[in-house]
Design a protein around this ligand. Sequence first.
Ligand code: SAM
Length: 210
Amino acid sequence: MRQLVSRILKPGCRILEVGSWLGTGSTRAIIEMLLPVPDALLYCVDTWQGSPNVGRHLQIVQNYDVLATFRHNIELSGGKDRVKQRVMTSQEAAKTVADNSFDLVFIDGDHSYLQTSKDIERWHPKVRNGGILCGHDCECRPAGELRNRIILAKEDDCIDGQGTVFAAIHPGGVVAVDEAFEGAAHLWGEHSLLRADGSKGYSTIWDIVK
Ligand SMILES: C[S@@+](CC[C@H](N)C(=O)[O-])C[C@H]1O[C@@H](n2cnc3c(N)ncnc32)[C@H](O)[C@@H]1O
C-alpha cells in the first residue's frame, strides 16, 4: 500500500478508499503517508454496516458503533482534517464523484465477485489517466488446480488458502480482477516483500495504472 501511495504522493493529491471499517488498516497507512504532504486528502467510502457475506462483520455491527470507532481512530491517527467521510454505499458514492478526479482509488469493500466487479467498473473511470486503481485481497490468479475451487466459491468472502502462500483466498476478488483486466493487473502476492523487521512477507494487493 505504502509503495503504491508513494508513487502518486504530491501536494493536493486525492485518494479514495472503498471500505475503511475501523480505520486501523489501509486507512491508517494512507493517512500516515498523507500527513506530511500539503493539501493531500483521503476520501473514505463505507456504509460502516459491514460486508453482507462476512458473519463477523454483521455480529460486530449489532454490538458496536463501528462508525464512531472509525472516527475515534482517525482522530488518533491525526487525520481528522485529511479524511472526508462518505457514509454511503460504494454505488451511491460513485455517482457523486466526477470522472478522472482521483490519483489513486483503493477497493476494499464487499469482496464478493459481483460487488468487486461492480466496484472495479464504477471506480476505474474515477481515476485520472496515469493514476492507480488498486484493491485488497486478490491473492492469486484463477488458474491451474485452484481454478475450479475459486470459481465455485466466487460469491463467498474467503476460502482456505491451500495451494498458495496465504492462509485464505478471496475468490471474488481473484476472479473479478482477472476478468476486468484480462490478466494484466499486477498482483503483489506473486513476489515476496521485505517486512520492516527484515523478514519476508506477501501482500494481497493488486494494482493497475490507468
Ligand atoms: C474488508 S473491510 C475494509 C477493511 C479496511 N480497508 C482495512 O484495511 O482495515 C470491508 C468494508 O467494506 C464495507 N462495505 C461493504 N459493502 C459495502 C458497500 N456496498 N458500500 C460501501 N462499503 C461497503 C464494510 O462496511 C466494511 O467496512
